[in-house]
Design a protein. Structure first.
Lengths: 249, 493
């Protein structure tokens, strides 16, 4: 597996139905990362404009689904069950499908803790305020305190400049910008030449940001005590391995 | 290059003052720099943030040059330095009009030798429309690169600038701007994290290509020095890596430091050479620098003295322990935030970790300290082999400054005055005489000639047209350029 895949999906396999979901997501993500790497090395201008945004958004979506599955097995098992149902029809919108607004962003007007939220008020979206308070703040703080100063290469240098209190808000802003910029390249909204907006430099920048975003959310998840993780030295090897492997030539 | 030419080049401090050929000869870029340059060439709004001399302008200029050098490129760059006095002294609609005017002039001059024109009124909507039309005709994206866009202490017009930045950004127009850390006034319409990608220009020894980049810069700028002055005690790479780390990765200060080392009469460069250069830099460059910067900071002028107090306390304590890193409780950093930003700005300290656990509980910000200034505070003030080895390793726990500690608790931030025009404009012209604060300053004779011509203040010189200066005896075209560079260095941060 690509080190970025191992970082996001973990190299510790779970068993049973959730293990099948993990394996499928890891397999998909691995192929997408490899293809994106090949595209940056060998793609011509047209391939890059046409396929770069597709692969970038796929990296975002699959990474976030895999991370969601590590924290919230119930959510991805429910998706699995709905997709295995005999009446599942790809032509009809699946209300249980992974959804950017509900599963990633969350409700911007979520109840504050001081407002005494009840269980259904608790936001389970990955980049929501409640998820930050309960999961990311602790995980990111542990990461900052536990990673030795000589490990992590350039991505870690930048990560050390983040304030833990603002971690999730910053990741949400990055995710939304990336999602929006990539989406315009997928839906062919432009009625002006696509290669002007998605030229080689722009797409390489977008893909680089997607890889780095996925690696950051992946390594931070690995420092959360809520999920079962690989040992810290392996996690750091994956993080550094991903950077070396994805450095643009 | 002859040694005279090289010496002249090494006195040029700002990237925008180089001609293109010399710029290419003197600048080298690390893998991290290449990443930033790619972001500047790519589509999408970017704010490039870094302290004075960190290399923001060089990165922006390189990105602009690369786009010009590729005829098949999907984009065309317009590099515009906003070091322009009327902008500094205006706000609201007037600011927008002046900025639009500058943009129109710049684009028109770029199009002079083409079949295209750029005829717009100096209003935001007209320029926006004109740019979109031009991009359509060129069949290329247009990348607007605003250099020196936002300064700490000069905040009257920042809301207008970011309004322009946001309005002009579109599918055909990419806006990029360089800003200093500590800029907080983005206006009501601009959300810094949603409307742009903020990229920090930080050079740290843990980054890939750090040593190689600085060693390459020494090779490019000081070829004779490299050929004759390095022995076995200190290799070029060891020298460049240690010196770069000592000045916190700040490229401009690195060049200054190299000039100090090159001035030494030692046959080969060793630790004693470096130690003397460090102490010289501290006395003749770093402490005077804070005096030089003070009059430019507008409403933040009263914070310079507390900033100096903090620096003295932190360096004294860390010097006692020979430790190059300080972990300062976040309550202290929050209370004295502007003072810490000023210290970062002048290159005394550099924030390396936003949040780290402290032994006594709580969290703090970790800063790396400038080693030139630290050496002054070490007992004996000598750069010994042990000290060199200690400062080269990164294993030391930082010195901790707790929230209840006495060292920084006495520092008080005074109330800020209303926004003021930088004091430097009202200073007499003699202020710009060559001195530790103005190493690039004017000779006494030149000052006398300027005064005789009725140029009595820094403002008079800044505002004087080139032709007026050219008419003064013994001041020709070359000297006019030097005068303009000197006054720009004094006025701009």
């Amino acid at each position: 597996m690509h080190p970025l895949t191992s970082l996001i999906c973990s190299d510790r396999c779970r068993e049973g139905c959730i293990g099948q979901v993990d394996a499928h997501l890891a397999n998909s993500l691995d192929k997408i990362i490899e293809r994106s790497r090949v595209l940056t090395d060998t793609g011509d201008a047209t391939d890059i404009a046409l396929f770069g945004p597709v692969l970038g958004r796929a990296i975002l979506e699959v990474s976030l689904t895999a991370i969601c599955g590590r924290f919230d097995a119930l959510r991805v098992l429910a998706i699995r069950r709905s997709q295995l149902a005999p009446d599942f029809d790809v032509g009809i919108r699946n209300p249980l499908a992974f959804n950017w607004s509900a599963d990633v962003k969350g409700d911007e007007k979520a109840k504050e803790w001081s407002q005494k939220p009840n269980p259904k008020d608790i936001q389970r979206a990955l980049l929501s305020g409640h998820f930050h308070d309960l999961i990311w703040l602790e995980a990111f703080t542990r990461l900052l305190d536990q990673v030795p100063s000589d490990r992590g290469l350039d991505w870690m240098t930048r990560l050390r400049q983040f304030d833990p209190d603002g971690f999730t808000a910053r990741m949400r802003a990055d995710a939304e910008r990336l999602f929006s910029e990539l989406s315009k390249g997928i839906h062919h909204e432009f009625v002006i030449p696509l290669t002007n907006q998605y030229d080689r430099g722009t797409v390489l920048d977008l893909l680089t940001r997607c890889w780095e975003f996925a690696a950051i959310i992946g390594i931070t998840a690995c420092y959360s005590p809520v999920v079962y993780n690989s040992p810290p030295h392996s996690v750091l090897d994956f993080f550094e391995g991903a950077q070396r492997s994805l450095a643009l030539r | 290059m002859t040694s005279d030419v090289i010496a002249e080049i090494n006195l040029v401090l700002a990237a925008e003052d180089f001609d293109r050929e010399t710029f290419r000869k003197c600048h080298r870029f690390s893998p991290n720099d290449e990443r930033i340059i790619s972001k500047l060439m790519a589509h999408g709004p970017v704010l490039l943030q870094g302290s004075r001399g960190s290399g923001k302008s060089a990165l922006m200029r390189e990105a602009a040059d690369r786009l010009q050098l590729q005829p098949e490129s999907p984009a065309v760059a317009v590099y515009l330095s906003l070091r322009h006095m009327p902008l500094l002294r205006s706000s609201g609609e007037e600011y927008q009009r002046i900025l639009c005017d500058l943009l129109i002039q710049k684009i028109s001059s770029l199009l002079l030798e083409s079949r295209f024109t750029f005829d717009c009124d100096p209003t935001l909507s007209s320029v926006q429309h004109g740019l979109t039309e031009l991009a359509t005709k060129l069949e290329k994206r247009i990348v607007l690169m605003f250099d020196d866009a936002a300064h700490i202490g000069r905040e009257a017009s920042l809301a207008e600038f970011f309004d322009v930045f946001r309005t002009l950004s579109s599918s055909a127009i990419s806006c990029k701007a360089t800003i200093y850390p500590g800029v907080t006034n983005f206006g009501n319409r601009f959300d810094v994290f949603n409307d742009a990608t903020v990229v920090d220009v930080v050079r740290g020894e843990e980054q890939s290509g750090f040593v190689e980049q600085f060693a390459d810069v020494v090779r490019a700028r000081y070829p004779e020095f490299v050929a004759t002055r390095f022995g076995t005690e200190l290799t070029l790479e060891a020298f460049a890596g240690f010196l770069a780390r000592s000045v916190l990765g700040n490229m401009r200060n690195f060049i200054f430091a190299c000039n100090y080392v090159a001035e030494s009469s030692d046959k080969t460069v060793g630790l004693p050479t470096l130690g003397r250069a460090f102490l010289d830099m501290t006395t003749r460059f770093y402490w005077p620098l804070i005096d030089e910067v003070k009059p430019k900071l507008g409403k933040y002028v009263p914070i310079v003295d507390p900033a100096r107090e903090i620096a003295e306390a932190v360096f004294a304590e860390c010097g006692k322990q020979q430790n190059a890193s300080a972990l300062i409780h976040r309550d202290i950093v929050a209370r004295l935030s502007k003072a810490f930003e000023i210290l970062e700005y002048v290159g005394f300290i550099s924030k390396r970790e936003a949040s780290k656990a402290m032994k006594s509980g709580g969290r703090g910000t970790r800063f790396s300290l400038n080693l030139c200034m630290l050496l002054e505070n070490v007992a004996g003030a000598r750069l010994t082999a042990d000290l060199y080895s200690k400062w080269n390793s990164r294993s030391d726990e930082p010195v901790q400054f707790h929230s209840r500690g006495l060292l920084l608790s006495k520092v008080v931030i005074p109330d800020l005055t209303r926004e003021l025009e930088p004091e430097i404009f009202n200073d007499p012209i003699v202020t710009l005489k060559k001195s530790p604060a103005y190493p690039y300053g004017l000779s006494e004779k030149i000052v006398d000639r300027l005064k005789a011509a009725g140029i009595n203040t820094v403002r008079d010189l800044y505002a004087a047209p080139d032709e007026e200066l050219d008419r003064i005896h013994y001041i020709g075209e070359v000297r006019v350029r030097q005068l303009k560079n000197a006054v720009a260095q004094a006025v701009w941060l």
